[in-house]
Design a protein around this ligand. Structure first.
Ligand code: C5P
Length: 304
């Protein structure tokens, strides 16, 4: 069997509000997810048995601690027959950067094996499998603009079109999501509760993306003070170039800027580069594009 290749897109959180703590150590969230064009490529080849994972990024494990490995194991169990799989991860999404790279890879494995093994699992079965792998995984079964509730794993697609141009600042050193939530919980007393949720207003069409906030940003900067400098640079450049939004994604360490015009985005990229901050222009993806651009038709692009 020849390998098949799939795009595994990144997400950003346009806004993220922490509602409180849940039993079991998780936090209740309200978040707006959006898919961006940045993606890993996940190659999948059927084998007779076992699971193997290879990656071209030194920070990504190749054993059963890799979430893509666990996704494959879960699908083997669900399929109930002895089949193997060889997974190759071509990483472009910075690991531990709040862009959902690992979660996206896991959801890609679920969707791809459902297709390759012709299981055609009912949607709720895939969602259940995704939830058991991690809080961000179910979003990547849906893609596009969506509201995330609960642990961030209850997904409600939103019927809106995001036209802004995106400039990503991918986090270098990954920040541990668990450490950021711990830090948040320690600081919780210091965070005054907002009376109205900007996300509720946004969902009702009463506020724009620029009104959204990420409650985890102070905690992420507390965990990794270097992030404070990046946050300041990103906002300074955003103001100087007319960005509509400058914010952190997920639990960090990535940031993003949104622009109405292409020239402003180019200007911001140059200014950030001068300040020693690497950037990556990308686009928002609709839910339809997320679905349609999933599998890469053969022949596979040349390995880099
Ligand atoms: O589900 P995932 O493995 O991505 O979560 C990593 C960690 O982040 C969890 O173990 C938990 O400590 C924290 N977390 C949380 N509340 C959430 C999502 C994650 O406290 N809604």
């Amino acid at each position: 069997m020849k390998p098949r290749a799939f795009r595994s897109f990144a997400k950003i959180n346009l806004g993220l509000e922490v509602q409180g703590q849940l039993p079991g150590g998780y936090h209740e969230l309200k978040t707006i997810f959006a898919t961006v064009s940045l993606h890993d490529i996940v190659e999948i080849e059927e084998t007779t048995r076992g699971i193997s994972v290879r990656s071209d990024h030194p920070g990504v494990p190749e054993d059963e601690t890799n979430i893509a490995w666990r996704a494959a194991a879960l699908m083997q169990k669900i399929a109930g027959r002895r089949r193997g799989v060889r997974i190759t991860l071509h990483k472009h999404i910075a690991p531990g950067g709040g862009l959902g790279g690992g979660s996206s890879n896991a959801a890609t494995v679920l969707r791809a094996l459902d297709r390759i093994w012709e299981l055609d699992l009912p949607k709720p079965r895939l969602v259940e499998a995704a939830k058991s792998l991690g809080a961000d995984v179910p979003y990547f079964l849906v893609g596009g603009p969506a509201l995330g509730l609960g642990r961030g794993d209850l997904i409600q697609p939103l019927g809106l079109r995001l036209a802004d141009r995106v400039l990503l600042v991918q986090g270098k050193g990954g920040v541990s999501t668990a450490a950021v939530f711990r830090q948040f919980a320690e600081r919780a007393g210091k965070n005054p509760r907002r009376r109205r949720s900007p996300i509720d207003m946004f969902v009702q069409g009463l506020g724009g993306v620029s009104s959204l906030r990420n409650d985890l940003e102070p905690a992420a900067i507390g965990v990794s003070p270097d992030l404070g400098r990046v946050a300041r640079e990103v906002r300074r450049v955003g103001r100087a170039t007319g960005a509509t939004t400058a914010a952190m994604s997920g639990s960090g360490s990535s940031f993003f800027l949104l622009f109405e015009g292409a020239a402003q985005r180019v200007a911001a990229g140059r200014l950030l580069e001068k300040a020693g901050v690497e950037t990556l222009p990308c686009a928002f993806l609709s839910r339809r594009a997320f679905r349609e651009r999933f599998e890469i038709p053969r022949p596979l692009p040349k390995r880099r």
